[in-house]
Design a protein around this ligand. Sequence first.
Ligand code: 4FV
Length: 255
Amino acid sequence: MFFTVLTIFPEMFDPFWEHGIIRRAIEQKLIWASAINIRNFAEDRHQVTDDRPYGGGSGMVMKPEPLAAAIRDASQTLPGAKTVLLTPQGRMFNQQMARELAACVGLVLVCGRYEGVDERICHDLIDYEISIGDYVLTGGELAAMIIIDAVTRLIPGALGGEDAAEKDSFSDGLLEHAHYTRPRVFEGREVPEVLLSGHHQEIERWRLASSLMRTLLKRPDLLKNRELRDEELEVLKSWGSQIGEILKFHRRKHE
Ligand code: 4FV
């Protein structure tokens, strides 16, 4: 998969390309990634990429000409790649969108700065407007890194274990189960016995229960209108009957 980032601060990406899963994916030629300076496409000798907003007001706006030239150049270099503008106006990024983007041949990620980009860029040069959250950043670069990171780890082989990404939070719409590693006892807290049992079925059932409980407690919104798998239904029913017993006992005690 190809990633081209258009930014006035390409050097921000140097450390990003050189560490962890992203570095390994580049070394394994699972991804090709480059950050291009939009200033290279500004024709004036000061390579100006921003100007004052029409209608007045504070701040500056990114000029359309250098941006359009940069996007067209990147799109020619990456035939079939989708162009993405990182903006608070965009569709909210999530794991499902990461999966969709991972199916693309490439992404041209446009990073705004200042108050944003001239609106005329969005009309016919941008395929997707994506937001990473309802807050305002000083630039789209961090958002571009988040998208490249979340998409790259979904590329087969990027995480090492073939199926590692399938076990992700949100991969099945639930939060991930609790994780434990050595030591068996840490500051008086023990690792759940079942995880030491070697009973893979029991361990899978425990992990499912852990996932459901964490999702129920921390993100009940994720369970709303979500189809339950049989084994999930079984776990919730068992909890339901246990809660039923407790309530029955409570009612009897207070009649
Ligand atoms: C942003 C977001 C974001 C807006 C003006 C860059 C800034 C500045 N991008 N998700 N939230 N962008 O705040 O993606 O140009």
